[in-house]
Design a protein around this ligand. Structure first.
Ligand code: FES
Length: 582
């Protein structure tokens, strides 16, 4: 049963007044220095101070337009009687960070949490877009529990190449395999690459960025309709302004993340992810966010809630269209309404608007049934993320059925093992590699500790000699992640990971592996005693750092099955006002 929210009385003393209120030496110091920016004295009179946490960066190209949106958020905050302060925060760029942006999600969450806690903010607008920026700021907000609301930067406009839709990432994989198979020249590839990103914004497929924007909205942490508005559409600016207005009232009401992020909210998001054919990365991020608010969310919840939810959003990588068309069709509210009509929604889940989820969506209309499909035409009848278990994945592995090949959902094949990503790169193009399409490709040491940071390499490309036969999919197993824009019969997040001594670490070339998706089973077909013997003899082979953030990460990161957060960051710590230093 969703708990009822009762707004706090207003006016009341806000935490920002600990910095700005009164006439003590400390308060004069805090106010006085702020006044060097030209802020009038009455802005410090006890009105809500709102931090606009901006993940803008020119090296996070998906967020490079956020400064414009920040201005719109400010307008809304001023209109509603608040005091906006724009604060640059750690921006974990998916396209530029090495070894992988995922290694920095927790660092970003930790840094932002302390920026929220240690500075005079009564509430926050989380201005995000690119994949990791959304979960990292949500994790921070969950830990401080300061009133917070998300507004995303929105997706890029559709890309076109030779008059065909080109989806961010999805076509990158297709094009690069076409180049390997000799079906596309390098010049054609360069032209296609330029066609892919034709406007500001995040990836325009239902990749991780669009998925996480949808997760934020279905969790109730963004205003309804936020997820799909294109980055350059004027209505994105309106959404930013309305978000600015709303956060001021949220602070007055003391409407906090813990009021919104209930178990019911997470179940709504899991079902939404199934309906949109969302990224497997959402599994890790939602588990981590839940861990920050103390919600007991597990991999089993993903399988239980997602099972039997049809994928009805016809977007790449599972389908045909892109986010722009999703917006024109009515966007995420239409999908959430459909879940409600099917009895798959906690309708009374509270949202940041102050309304219930159902009240927000009950009157929306689907404007394009080829983009948001009727249930009988669903891309996949059971679209949820599948959680596999077995002696190869005692703590679970995940697979996205809407991106997989039906004929491989039950498969037994000979393992071809790559000890790590360098081993894979060294061997995959070797014509002498003993592999065909019936084999199972196994990649080790790409998990949270091993890579480190759990890179998106789980959808490893097929060997050229298989591609040349016109084969486009094989069963692949790893402890890595997969880009939300990718596809294939790919078992990901295998836990425990190889670098932590999981059974994946001891798979050998020539072993047989059984994948049985209907029965949720991933099995290494060797005698139990042989598996025990190999595990007892196992020694780690991955590099381990002895200093710096890399050391902190490798020493404290938890398994993918619980969200790959750092162990000491789990749980909420609130936002108490610390001692003044002056
Ligand atoms: Fe930033 Fe896809 S790389 S959203």
């Amino acid at each position: 049963m969703t708990k009822k929210f009762t707004p706090a009385p207003w006016p009341r003393h806000l935490r920002s007044q600990e910095w700005f209120g009164g006439s003590g030496r400390d308060q004069i110091y805090h106010r006085g220095w702020m006044k060097n920016q030209g802020f009038p004295h009455d802005l410090f009179d006890g009105r809500p101070v709102i931090g606009i946490l901006n993940t803008w960066s020119e090296l996070t190209p998906c967020n490079a337009h956020l400064n414009d949106l920040a201005q719109r958020v400010k307008n809304g905050i001023y209109e509603a009687g608040g005091f906006p302060v724009e604060v640059p925060v750690f921006s974990a760029s998916e396209s530029a960070f090495r070894p992988t942006a995922m290694m920095f999600r927790n660092l970003a969450a930790m840094a932002v949490e302390e920026q929220m806690r240690g500075q005079p903010m009564d509430g926050c607008v989380l201005l995000v877009g690119c994949d990791k920026t959304t979960p990292s700021l949500l994790m921070a907000a969950a830990s401080t529990d300061l009133p917070s609301i998300i507004v995303t930067g929105g997706p890029m406009l559709n890309g076109y190449y030779k008059n065909e839709r080109v989806g961010s990432g999805t076509h990158l994989w297709k094009f690069s395999e076409a180049v390997k198979a000799g079906e596309m020249t390098a010049a054609e590839f360069a032209e296609a690459e330029a066609s892919m990103s034709r406007s500001p914004g995040s990836c325009n497929t239902m990749g991780t960025a669009s998925t996480m924007a949808s997760m934020a909205e279905s969790l109730g942490m963004a205003l309804s309709g936020n997820a799909a508005i294109p980055a350059v559409d004027s209505r994105r600016r309106v959404m930013a302004q309305l978000t600015g207005r709303r956060i001021v009232q949220m602070v007055k009401d003391n409407l906090k993340p813990s009021d919104v992020l209930t178990k019911e909210a997470f179940e709504n998001a899991i079902r939404t992810n199934a309906a949109i054919g969302g990224s497997t990365n959402a599994v890790i991020h939602l588990l981590a966010i839940a861990g920050r608010v103390g919600i007991d969310l597990t991999l089993d919840d993903w399988d239980r809630c997602g099972r039997d939810v049809p994928t009805i959003v016809n977007l790449m990588p599972s389908g045909k269209y892109l986010m722009e068309e999703f917006f024109y069709a009515g966007g995420l509210p239409v999908v959430i309404k459909r879940l409600g009509e099917a009895g798959l929604l906690h309708k009374d889940a509270l949202t940041v608007s102050g309304e219930t989820m159902w009240d927000q969506v009950k009157d929306v209309v689907n404007h394009n049934p080829d983009v948001i499909l009727p249930a009988e035409k669903a891309l996949t009848k059971s679209g949820g993320v599948v959680v596999l278990k077995g002696n190869l994945a005692p703590k679970g592995a995940v697979l996205k059925p809407s991106a997989a090949s039906p004929h491989l959902m039950t498969h037994r094949g000979r393992a071809v093992v790559f000890e790590d990503i360098d081993d894979y790169k060294a061997k995959i193009n070797d014509e002498a590699l003993d592999i065909d399409e019936t084999c199972v490709m196994v990649l080790k040491n790409c998990g949270p500790k091993g890579y480190p940071g759990m890179a998106e390499v789980g959808n490893m490309g097929l060997p050229p000699k298989v591609l040349r036969k016109g084969i486009t999919d094989m069963v692949r197993i790893s402890d890595a992640r997969m880009s939300g824009t990718a596809y294939g019969t790919v078992c990901l997040h295998t836990s425990p990971e190889a670098a932590a001594g999981g059974p994946l670490a001891v798979v050998q070339n020539g072993d047989f592996i059984e994948l049985d998706v209907p029965n949720r089973r991933l099995h290494l077909d060797i005698p139990e005693e042989e598996l025990a013997h190999r595990l007892a003899a196992w020694k780690p082979t991955h590099d381990v750092a002895d200093s710096g953030y890399l050391w902190l990460h490798q020493t404290h990161v938890q398994g993918a099955d619980t969200g790959a957060d750092l162990d000491f960051l789990k749980g909420g710590r609130g936002a108490p006002v610390g001692r003044d230093s002056h």
